[in-house]
Every structure is written in structure tokens, then in C-alpha cells.
Design a protein around this ligand. Structure first.
Ligand code: SAM
Length: 248
């Protein structure tokens, strides 16, 4: 039978796609894309003329059967999403699950993922971390979820929409404490890429006061509980280094 290629695409910079991803997308019979209009310019830029079929949250159930049938009959299919790695806060779970259940080989073609890109530059402990995806949009549910996470010792990673980021940072400050170290990674790989690291109290205040920090796409990372002590240690080291520089 054919295979299901799960292909990561860029999260901003259009050249953040592997040579193998481009080759794969050229060779498969069809590309299942979250939003075909969104993906077309990227595919065109990389000289990929493969036919597209839409696969999003609202039609995943219907489209999956047809795609799995095509694969069991020998055709290969690639799955992409609007940005980054499919299935990571993106559609595709049902397709991969159904393909595997039908005995179709699923092959990852790895690449960009906003959570991992953000973690790689945040300067927060990265040996163990928790990916929380999007918080609930409603305030009460969001605060309840944050409360549940207040004791988590591993670094927390959240996806957030820019129009809610100020509100979420304020809720995080209330749930985790103003001293907890956090990082806002915004517009990664794009023109206005910004990575701000501060205690939650200061970060929430800065973002609330600056509409520019409430634009674009963002990842919020929060140090796990118990890391505050380490952060204070790091701050002490920083101050010490400055003082040492001033000494004759
Ligand atoms: N599948 C994607 C991935 O692998 O990262 C994530 C898709 S999810 C629908 C979109 C969210 O990812 C955005 O709301 C934002 O939180 C995050 N994101 C995507 N691109 C980003 C970027 N360039 N900079 C910062 N965050 C980004």
C-alpha cells in the first residue's frame, strides 16, 4: 500500500522546510492540507505542483475514509498543516490513527514546531517540559487549568493567540506568582521576532502596556515550580558579573 507522509512546514520563514520535505511533497499523489489557499503560495514557492485536498477539523471524519482507501490501494498521501508540525495543536490525528489502523505506514518528515523553537531559545530548563497547547478561551476555565498547573515542576509551554496574551499572562501571574520566571516568544522566524524573558509580574505588565507585544503569534513558557530559586541564582550571577566588571 501507499504511505502517509506527515510533513512539517515552516512556522514563518518560508525556507524552514527540509529538502526531504520538498522532495516528498513533489512525489506523493495528493497533499492533504488544513487550508489549501494558505498552503498554495508556499508550495508554489518551492516548485511543488501536487494536487491538494482540504482536511480540517470540520471535515476530517468525511475526508479520512477516502484518503485511507487511496493509500490502501497504493497511492501515497502527504499531510501538512498551515504551519509547523501537523497534529501539534493542528488537525491530522484522526487521519494518522485511521491510517495506522488500516496498516498504512506513517512516515514523519520532521521540521519546524513553534513550541520546540521557543524552548530552544527561552533559556528555561529544557531537560523536562510539558506542552499544554492552547488554554481554554473562557476566563474561568483558563484560571482553573492554570491553578491545576501551579505545582508543576517542569517547564510549561503554552500556545496563545495574540489578542488574549495580555489576559493570559495576568492570569498566569495570579496562578503562579509574580516572581515565577517566564518567556514570551513572538513571531519566531519572522520579521518582528521577539523573545522576552522576565518574572511573570514584569512580563504581564510590559505586555499589557505595549500593544506591539500583543500582535502576531506567540508561545508562552513558564519555569516550573522550584525553578524560581534557580532564576534568582542566575540573577545574582548576572549582577555579580556586572560588579566584577566595574572592579579595578
Ligand atoms: N502545528 C504548529 C506547530 O508545530 O507549532 C502549531 C499550530 S497552532 C494552530 C498555532 C499556534 O502556534 C499559534 O497560535 C502560536 O501560539 C504558535 N505559533 C505558530 N507559529 C509561531 C511563530 N512563528 N512564533 C510564535 N508562535 C507561533
Amino acid at each position: 500500500s501507499g504511505s502517509l507522509w506527515v510533513v512539517a512546514t515552516p512556522i514563518g520563514h518560508r525556507d524552514d522546510i527540509s529538502a526531504r520535505a520538498i522532495q516528498t511533497l513533489r512525489e506523493v499523489a495528493v497533499i492533504a492540507a488544513e487550508d489549501t489557499r494558505h498552503s498554495r503560495p508556499l508550495l508554489q514557492h518551492h516548485g511543488i505542483g501536487t494536487p491538494l485536498v482540504a482536511l480540517h477539523e470540520h471535515n476530517e471524519r468525511e475526508v479520512v475514509d477516502g484518503l485511507v482507501r487511496r493509500m490502501t490501494e497504493g497511492e501515497s498521501v502527504a499531510l501538512i498543516s498551515d504551519a509547523g508540525t501537523p497534529l501539534i495543536s493542528d488537525p491530522g490525528f484522526r487521519l494518522v490513527r485511521a491510517a495506522r489502523a488500516a496498516g498504512v505506514r506513517c512516515i514523519p518528515v520532521p521540521g519546524a514546531c513553534a513550541a520546540i523553537a521557543a524552548l530552544s531559545v527561552a533559556g528555561l530548563p529544557s531537560d523536562r517540559f510539558v506542552f499544554e497547547g492552547f488554554l481554554p478561551p473562557k476566563a474561568a476555565a483558563r484560571r482553573a487549568r492554570l491553578q491545576e498547573l501551579a505545582g508543576e515542576g517542569r517547564t510549561l509551554i503554552f500556545y496563545e493567540s495574540s489578542h488574549r496574551v495580555a489576559e493570559s499572562l495576568a492570569d498566569m501571574r495570579d496562578a503562579f506568582g509574580a516572581q515565577r520566571e517566564a518567556v514570551l516568544a513572538r513571531e519566531l522566524t519572522k520579521l518582528f521576532e521577539t523573545v522576552l524573558g522576565e518574572p511573570l509580574g514584569e512580563l504581564a505588565a510590559r505586555v499589557a502596556a505595549d500593544p506591539d507585544q500583543q500582535r502576531g503569534e506567540c508561545v508562552v513558557l513558564v519555569a516550573g515550580r522550584g525553578e524560581e530559586a534557580d532564576a534568582r541564582l542566575a540573577e545574582g550571577e548576572r549582577v555579580f558579573a556586572i560588579l566584577r566588571g566595574e572592579l579595578p
